[in-house]
Each structure stands twice: as C-alpha cells, then as structure tokens.
Design a binder for this molecule. Structure first.
Ligand code: V47
Ligand code: SF4
Length: 374
C-alpha cells in the first residue's frame, strides 16, 4: 500500500469487512462478488474514490486517454424494441434515417478534415441490410481513408448480419475483418441477467450470444469494448453478475480494451417514468467497476452521455479514458435527453479537463498506443 493512501485510510473509521477488502485491494488481490456487493453497499464515496484511484494507477499510472474520433450512425431504423431506447424508429416514421454508402462516404470525407484517427460506427438493426451491405460499406470507407481505424457494429448488429447471410459468427466476423473492420465497440450488452434482459430488451441478442460474438472476435484478433446499461431496474447483484461474466471471458481471451458503464437516460422512451441515477451513484458505479474488473485495462467515462463535468469528476473514481472529440456526430444520447445536445470537444478542451485534476492527458489511437503526451 502506498504510504500516503495507507495513512489516509488509517484515519477513516472502517467496518471490519471493508477493512479486509481495502487490504485486499492494496495487495492487488482479486475481489469476490461478495466483496463487490459490500463496496456497492458502502456509503463512503471518498474511500471508494481512493481505492479505485489506486487500482487505476496500477493500470495506467497518472495518464488519462482520449482520441480524435467521430461517429457514423448509418440508420436508426431497427427491428428490435428495447424499452429504454429513444433512438429507434420504424421505416417511414418521422425522424427515421438510413444513409446510403455514398452519403456515409461524404460524412467520412467531411470529418477527415478534423485530423481524426477513428470512426465509431453503430446504428439500429435494419430489417433489409445484410452482411454484404456492411462489407461494401467498410471497403468503401477504407478506400477513401485507408488509415482510419474502423471501430464498428455492436454484437447485436453482427448477430443480425450473420443470421441474414446464413453465416456463422466466425465466418461473418472474418468477412467483416477482411473488409476493414479493426475493432468493435461494447454496445448491446445492456444487462446480462436473462430475466431482466427479457423485460427491458425482449428481442435483443441473448447474453450468451453477445459473449460468444465477443469471444469469437477476440479469437480472430479483433479487440472489443464492453458496456453495462445501469440505472434501470437492476440490483447491485445484477451489475456484479454482469461484470463477473465479462471478467471470466477476459481471463480467457484478454480481448477487451475498455469497460464503459452506460447510465440510463430517460427522455422520450418507454421507461421515462424511471428517475435517472444520481451523480453519487454514477461515481460509485465507476469506482466499483474499476476495482472489480481487475483484468480490463481501461475504464471509460463517455462524456456525451454523462456531461463533461461529471466525466471530469469520474477521473477521481478510477476512470482513465474520456473517449474522444466526437465532432457532433452522434444522436443516441442527445435523443435520450443528455445535456450534450451537439456533443463536440476540442483537443484543448479535453486536455484542460484532465490537467485541471492534476492528471496527464494522452492523445491515443483506438488501441491505446500513445500519440502525444501533454
Ligand atoms: O447498446 C441506448 C445504449 C448503447 C439508451 O465501445 C442507452 O467505445 C442509456 O455502446 N440510456 C450504444 N443508454 C452506445 C455504446 C457505446 C457508447 C460509447 C462508447 C462505446 C465504445 C460504446 O447505447 C446501446 C445501449 O446500451 N443506450 N439508449 C438510453 N436511453
Ligand atoms: Fe434497436 Fe439499439 Fe434501440 Fe435496441 S437500443 S431498439 S437494438 S437501436
């Protein structure tokens, strides 16, 4: 245990259970699910911050990462009916969109002027677009931007593409990789508990298929991220079960780069009557995630969802990644009521956010290779 933290912790009154967990964390030992539950039930937010920050320092020292990126959302037409979603539309409905490959290429060309290194592509599960539409799209992007890293498609989109084409996950992912897919984002995980999943997103890819698709991707050298959707109807046990399934898979494959807790936003969806979590709960969740997921290197605060101020606060609760500059290119969270209605951040702004809490900003590529240390 470092001297400063150990002196601080000695001054805090701790229950015997929390003291044992604290010692485990400083000894670098893995926490059990019971330990995680004890931490979630603790009301000592300051202690959780100190502990999560210690774990963060072991993973990424004083560094906080971000990249220069933009999103493409090819369509918001979707065959699924997730009750928390503010984004999906039926074909022909007002506010529905579907971009052609030419329109997507126009967007790519426009964003390239901003010196970006990554495009994040995610959208609805379109009823008529199959694997080959998406391989054509990837090839067209690589043609105009060969060096752009393509992080694309949730496991839910990949599931549907493979089913429509009658291909296995392995073959589907191989074709996507050959066409230019470099990595996958972490969306679609929601909550793995089968009963709760059936209630909040009844027709979505099952938890076991989500995990199978990520495992298949990792085995083919496609790195991915992982998310959790929290703040809906789940208990702490549900969150811990979700993270344990991810931790077990990561022990096998080591293919997850980052974990991204996604806070339920309640504007204009079927769960609008559910109150959003407090900032205290959000910070606690970042801290416990950082401590419990000892084998996932990075923890991301996605500022278009949570806002820049809370993202800055989260840097004292184990977060070491602020995603990217975004360039006003995503609607998922603005349509769900985020205060970031046109999410855009300059490099300077992200650097200042990180420096203001005495940490060191690192401009990274998608795979966390440093490009510039500020
Ligand atoms: O899977 C949809 C979520 C996800 C709502 O990998 C909602 O770097 C909260 O996965 N309230 C897609 N969440 C976004 C995503 C993501 C975002 C940023 C970075 C990365 C990454 C991945 O958005 C969906 C779903 O869980 N979502 N609606 C809502 N109302
Ligand atoms: Fe479709 Fe994704 Fe919305 Fe679910 S969250 S309805 S899969 S767009």
């Amino acid at each position: 245990m470092n001297k400063y933290a150990s002196t601080l912790i000695k001054q805090i009154q701790l229950s015997p259970e929390i003291r044992i967990i604290t010692e485990k964390i400083f000894a670098g030992e893995r926490l059990s699910t019971e330990d995680a539950l004890e931490l979630y039930n603790s009301s000592n937010l300051a202690l959780l911050g100190i502990l999560a920050f210690e774990v963060k320092k072991k993973q990424s020292a004083q560094y906080v990462y971000f990249n220069r990126n933009f999103h493409i959302e090819p369509t918001n037409i979707c065959i699924n009916h997730c009750k928390f979603c503010s984004y999906r539309r039926r074909a022909g409905q007002k506010d529905a969109w579907e971009c052609s490959i030419d329109e997507i290429i126009e967007k790519v060309k426009n964003h390239l002027k901003e010196n970006v290194s990554e495009v994040h592509i995610v959208g609805g599960v379109h009823p008529d677009r199959n694997l080959y539409f998406y391989t054509d799209m990837l090839r067209a992007i690589k043609k105009v931007a060969p060096h752009l890293h393509i992080k694309a498609f949730t496991a839910v989109e990949i599931d549907q593409m493979c089913r429509m084409a009658g291909e296995s996950y392995q073959k589907g992912l191989q074709l996507l990789k050959e066409a230019g897919l470099n990595s996958m984002p972490g969306g679609g995980a929601e909550i793995f508990d089968e009963k709760l999943r059936a209630e909040i997103c009844p027709d979505k890819t099952s938890s076991s298929d989500w995990l199978k698709i990520h495992e298949t991707a990792h085995n083919q050298g496609i790195p991915t991220n992982a998310t959790i959707l929290y703040g809906l109807k789940e208990s702490y046990e549900h969150r811990i079960d979700h993270m344990e399934r991810l931790r077990n898979l990561q022990d096998k494959t080591h293919g997850f780069n980052a974990f991204i807790p996604l806070k339920f936003k309640n504007y204009n969806n079927l769960f609008s009557h559910i109150k959003e979590t407090t900032v205290i709960e959000d910070l606690k969740n970042y801290a416990v995630s950082r401590i419990f997921l000892d084998n996932i290197p990075h923890l991301k605060a996605y500022w278009p969802m949570i806002g820049k101020e809370v993202a800055q606060l989260s840097l004292s609760f184990g977060v070491d990644d602020l995603d990217g500059t975004i360039d006003d290119s995503t609607k998922i969270y603005s349509m769900a009521g985020s205060k970031e209605q046109n999410p855009n951040a300059t490099t300077e702004e992200l650097v200042n956010i990180i420096k203001a809490v005495n940490l060191t900003p690192v401009l990274r590529d998608t795979l966390y290779n440093p490009v510039k240390i500020y």
